[in-house]
Design a protein around this ligand. Structure first.
Ligand SMILES: [Zn+2]
Ligand SMILES: [Zn+2]
Length: 551
């Protein structure tokens, strides 16, 4: 029925308000006020109240069951709103992106009223983009860690050593399936244990050296048991990437060697196999970290001994983007600060939303001033830790900032974000952000492309131009470490490094445990070849403070 096609707006609503349960319930207490907030009509207000009261949206849950997954994917295309999807579904029985593509190619769509050739072509273009960027069958790296943690705990007791290879080890932002490599005294018993784990939905195959299962979550996990002496060779082989492995084999061939998952051989003689380092050295290369194994210049750098000394999680001295329950965070300022201290940080910036984000009860000048006062007071008694006064201020459509310079000047750093008007043209969106940077209070551009992995595409901007300007002006861009954002992505990070622009890595924490997402930001920074020096929050506050003085 009609309702099927409203799922997208429900989804959007529930995404916007997920992770802000406490402020939601507070908002829900005052239902009349809620209905008057910009962007929230009566029916949306009711949905918010329902989520506040039940923890989820019943309609959304029901719709999710009714509507085939393939049709939901159609809704993710930019050109395909709920109405269009319904029309095509009714007129041409479109059930999936493949159906849609076929209908467009065969000229069926342009014949429909309200569509035409142009729209049909746009839809095809969207599909191409979707197929290139989106892999809905993949899991977020952060999700995977949760899904396999208990499995790893169980397995650990039955193996000698164990590593997850594949794209997981290369810390790609999404992971297809999990390849576990292990050595074990009694492989048969280990395999028996592996296939009988509680969270297993289906056993795809079971053998002495390799078994394959699907977990309840749908994630496929393979376990390979290898010999100790070929550990390095197996690790290298199953870590990939494909592109990296192809080059490795070429190099081996040039030296008249044979390279496989058991080692490097000349004839029958085993030349190397125990460690990856030995494997690389036999090929005339310095050890290459897994995050760099994408055939993106790592071979050349390795030969010249010019590989980057990649940043590590331990290099991070503080978080530069976090929220409290003053806006849409789940915990109080004191709780967030305490958690950051416990992580061993030296500082943590409190950067709540500004007033434009009305749904999150963004701070106006007065409330921000009160927060500044509160932080000053807390800092007075703080030893070895500093709370940084900050804000995540919205960049308005015309490029001005959402709060006055008077209050922004009071802060230690100003994080700036685009949350609204995401659909501007590339040139307009770019000059909007450049204009914002002209404000001398501007320090860091948060989640610079606005993407949500597998949910929301980047907005159109000239990132290179923005990066160059930022470097010139003494501004910085953020690597947002939230596992569903990772924005900037690895290639953008690499571009920043090449342009000489330094970055921050921040969690954008809306709750205490989000502070732990820092590792995912560091992972992507490593994939982008960053060293400690490239990241501003590896500096002690005394140095960071100087960096934040605009040129
Ligand atoms: Zn934001
Ligand atoms: Zn934020």
């Amino acid at each position: 029925g009609e309702d099927q096609f409203r799922i997208r707006s429900y989804r959007n609503a529930s995404r916007v308000i997920s992770g802000m349960s406490e402020s939601i319930s507070r908002m829900a207490d005052d239902q009349e006020k809620l209905k008057k907030l910009p962007g929230i009509g009566e029916s949306m207000a009711e949905k918010i109240i329902e989520i506040a009261e039940t923890g989820k949206l019943r309609q959304l849950e029901e719709l999710k069951k009714e509507v085939p997954q393939s049709l939901l994917e159609v809704l993710r295309l930019d050109q395909m709103g709920p109405q269009r999807t319904k029309m095509l579904h009714d007129a041409l029985n479109i059930q999936s992106i493949d159906d849609l593509e076929k209908a467009a190619r065969e000229g069926e769509i342009e014949k429909l009223e309200g569509f035409g050739k142009k729209t049909s072509a746009k839809i095809l273009k969207e599909i191409e983009k979707f197929k290139k960027e989106d892999r809905p069958d993949r899991f977020l790296l952060g999700e995977v860690d949760e899904l396999i943690s208990s499995l790893l705990d169980h397995l650990e007791k039955k193996v000698d050593q164990m590593t997850i290879a594949g794209s997981y080890r290369r810390r790609k932002e999404t992971v297809g399936d999990i390849d576990i490599l292990a050595t074990a005294e009694d492989p048969g018993q280990t395999m028996e244990h592996f296939v009988s784990l509680e969270e297993t939905r289906e056993v795809l195959s079971k053998g002495e050296s390799r078994s394959s299962v699907v977990l309840n979550s749908g994630l496929q996990v393979d376990l390979r048991i290898v010999k100790k002496r070929s550990w390095g060779a197996a690790l290298l082989y199953f870590t990939g990437s494909k592109a990296h492995s192809i080059v490795l084999r070429q190099i081996a061939r040039e030296k008249q060697y044979k390279l496989n998952e058991y080692g490097i051989f000349r004839g029958k003689k085993r030349l190397a196999s125990k460690t990856e380092k030995a494997m690389y050295e036999k090929l005339g290369l310095h050890y290459i970290e897994p995050e760099l194994r994408e055939d993106r210049g790592e071979f050349k750098a390795s030969r010249k001994n010019r590989l980057p000394r990649l940043i590590t999680l331990e290099d991070i001295r503080g978080d530069l983007h976090s929220h409290t329950d003053a806006t849409d965070g789940r915990h109080s300022l004191e709780e967030m600060v305490e958690a950051a201290r416990k992580k061993g940080y030296e500082y943590c910036a409190i950067s709540d939303h500004s007033r434009r984000v009305a749904m999150a009860r963004g701070l106006d000048e007065k409330r921000l001033a009160a927060q500044v006062e509160q932080i000053d007071e807390l800092n007075r008694d703080m030893k070895g830790f500093r709370i940084l006064k900050s804000i995540e201020v919205d960049i308005l459509e015309d490029g001005s900032l959402d709060l006055s310079d008077e209050i922004l000047k009071e802060l230690d750093l100003v994080v700036c974000s685009v949350h609204y008007h995401r659909n501007l043209s590339r040139s307009k969106q770019t000059s909007r952000i450049l204009r914002a940077m002209e404000n001398p209070c501007f320090n860091i551009l948060a989640h610079p492309t606005g993407r949500i992995i597998q949910e929301r595409r980047v907005y159109e901007i000239d990132l290179e131009k923005i990066m160059k300007e930022a470097a010139d002006r003494g501004c910085f861009l953020e690597i947002n470490a939230a596992p569903d954002r990772l924005d900037l992505n690895d290639e953008h990070i690499r571009m920043a490094r090449e342009l000489g622009l330094r970055l921050s890595i921040s969690t954008d924490a809306h709750a205490l445990d989000h502070l732990n997402n820092m590792r995912y930001g560091v992972d992507q920074a490593r994939r982008g070849w960053l060293e400690k020096e490239d990241v501003i929050n590896t500096r002690p506050w005394s140095e960071l403070k100087k960096l934040l003085q605009r040129k």
